[in-house]
Design a protein around this ligand. Structure first.
Ligand code: NAD
Length: 498
């Protein structure tokens, strides 16, 4: 049997590059290799960057109306063909089809934000700041933007960045995860179909070699990265050392604090949805439930009874939860159940015992609930990134906030309560970038920005929203005077206003 090889997509067409290296792509519900993906060499990356540089002038100088027209057609095509993309996501990532559809819907929001580019790109003007002098500022594209994305949102994370980057007049090299790379090609082909000129959006597949080539390339002035914290830290340090602007979003350990006055059914639903959706492979997944002692037993019981009704299996079969991304990741995640047990936690629901509606060799692990996970256990301190929800019991609000703030991560957190005063204090006191009040996965809408604090985001630029637009542009401030007969002659002093 010949295996399909997924090419790069450069200059508006599939491109093999020169590297001989490839990496297997799996269908995680079957546990079978579905294709190979090319892994670019540094020389391949250089050629793609040269293509993007070549396309820059034409695109940056295209009118706002022309750029807008492409984005509008792209939005319509993506909305019409979203089911096709969802199938690609499920086949390579494993997430269930309804979850894949949700990922696309959240990506579409950013495309719609990019359509407000005429509004976003308006500059500022101050008339007569000094007699006869006007000042105005305009924002211009930065050049070739490198986007490096993780496996867990193969469509949404690229969509967080490239529509805004492109609408602002930049050209792009997208380096998606090598674990589920096909969505990136599909999106780039759709942009071509929407009328994007060749070379504006390029997809280069690869691993560390391709990433390093982007991070050190002199013609790539901006890097948007999303992935795990160690790699985000490395990308930020390396990119900035090479004079680039870098936004590097990292990993997470998200806590949900449930106070005694919360609606426990709402909290139990939320914990299950946010803990096990996408098999816990979300940077905004709730992985730690901070339950106040007085309601902890009751809450655990309600969560466990809901978990009994979850069906894990092939995402194409209407199941609630799919497989993990690779066998190695599944083994790592299930290893944390052993670690938690050895450290004294109680396994309330053991996902290793589950039955799975999918291929015998699929990368399965069922939803798992742990109680009493000690704060010094690796099962608490590490980002597990799987369907494992750990309960940590706390005496009350203050201890819950203390635990949240002691975490090195600060991506998302949530409080469940009916006490407005407590939720207001919570919102002010936690050192976390995105906060949910009776909302477990507080991913902001596209016109606000997405990003965490501390080790969940390196750099100061969040993704999308006005921060995302600012990241992809640089400002020019122009001070102008049109001569009139009253110009003032020689004055060597520092400019002052009169
Ligand atoms: P990852 O860090 O392994 O990979 C991310 C990207 O970096 C991929 O494109 C990969 O090819 C590349 N990469 C991997 N190792 C590298 C290396 N040594 N040098 C250079 N590049 C390298 O992350 P992942 O496993 O694909 O994704 C899951 C992680 O991403 C989780 O930690 C999750 O929390 C995080 N994530 C964060 C957010 C957020 O918004 N903060 C969103 C989604 C995912």
């Amino acid at each position: 049997m010949t295996t399909t090889v997924l090419d790069h997509y450069v200059g508006g067409k599939a491109w093999a590059g020169d590297s001989e290296r490839t990496s297997p792509v799996y269908d995680p519900a079957l546990g079978e290799v579905s294709k190979q993906v090319r892994l670019a060499s540094a020389a391949d990356v250089s050629q793609a960057v040269a293509t993007a540089v070549g396309a820059f002038d034409g695109w940056a100088n295209a009118s706002i109306a022309a750029r807008q027209a492409v984005m509008l057609r792209f939005r319509e095509l993506l909305a019409a063909r979203r089911d096709e993309l969802a199938e690609i996501l499920t086949a390579e990532h494993g997430k269930v089809l309804s979850d894949a559809a949700g990922e696309i819907a959240r990506g579409l929001e950013v495309v719609e934000l990019a359509l407000s580019m005429p509004q976003l790109s308006k500059g500022e003007f101050s008339q007569n700041v000094s007699t006869g002098v006007d000042v105005y500022s305009v924002r211009e594209p930065v050049g070739v933007v490198g986007i490096i994305s993780p496996f867990n949102f193969p469509a949404m994370v690229p969509l967080w960045f490239f529509p805004l980057a492109i609408a602002a007049g930049n050209t792009v090299i997208l380096k998606p995860s090598e674990k589920d790379p096909s969505a990136a090609n599909w999106l780039a082909e759709l942009m071509t179909e929407a009328g994007l000129p060749p070379g504006v959006l390029n997809v280069v597949h690869g691993d560390k070699e391709a990433v390093d080539a982007l991070l050190t390339h002199p013609d790539v002035p901006a890097i948007s990265f999303v992935g795990s914290t160690p790699i985000a830290r490395y990308v930020y340090a390396t990119g900035t050392a090479h004079d680039k602007r870098v936004q590097a979003l990292g990993g997470a350990k998200n806590h949900m604090l449930v106070l005694p006055d919360a609606d426990l059914d709402l909290a139990a639903d939320a914990a299950v949805n946010a803990g096990f959706g996408s098999a816990g492979e979300r940077c905004m997944a709730v992985s730690v439930l901070l339950a106040v002692d007085s309601i902890a037993d009751e809450l655990i019981e309600r969560i466990a009874s809901r978990m009994a009704g979850l069906r894990t299996g092939d995402g194409r079969k209407g199941c609630d939860m799919g497989p993990l991304i690779t066998a190695a990741h599944r083994d790592k995640v299930s290893g944390y159940i052993d670690i938690a047990m050895a450290d004294g936690a109680r396994v309330v629901v053991d996902g290793r015992d589950g039955e799975f509606d999918g291929g015998a060799d699929g990368f399965w692990l069922g939803p798992t609930l742990l109680d009493g996970v000690p704060l010094d256990s690796a099962a608490y301190t590490d980002e597990i990134f799987g369907p494992v929800l750990s309960v940590v019991r706390v005496p009350g609000f203050a201890e819950g906030v203390e635990i949240i703030n002691a975490s090195p991560y600060g991506n998302g957190t949530a409080i469940f309560t009916n006490d407005g005063g407590a939720s207001r204090r919570f919102q002010r006191e936690v050192t976390v970038g995105m906060i949910g009040i009776n909302v477990p996965i507080p991913v902001p809408v596209a016109y606000h920005s997405f990003g965490g604090w501390k080790a969940s985001l390196f750099g100061d630029a969040k993704a999308y929203g006005s921060a995302g637009y600012a990241f992809f542009t640089r400002e020019k401030a122009v001070t102008s005077r049109w001569l009139d007969p009253s110009h003032g002659g020689i004055n060597l002093g520092f400019p002052q206003h009169d």
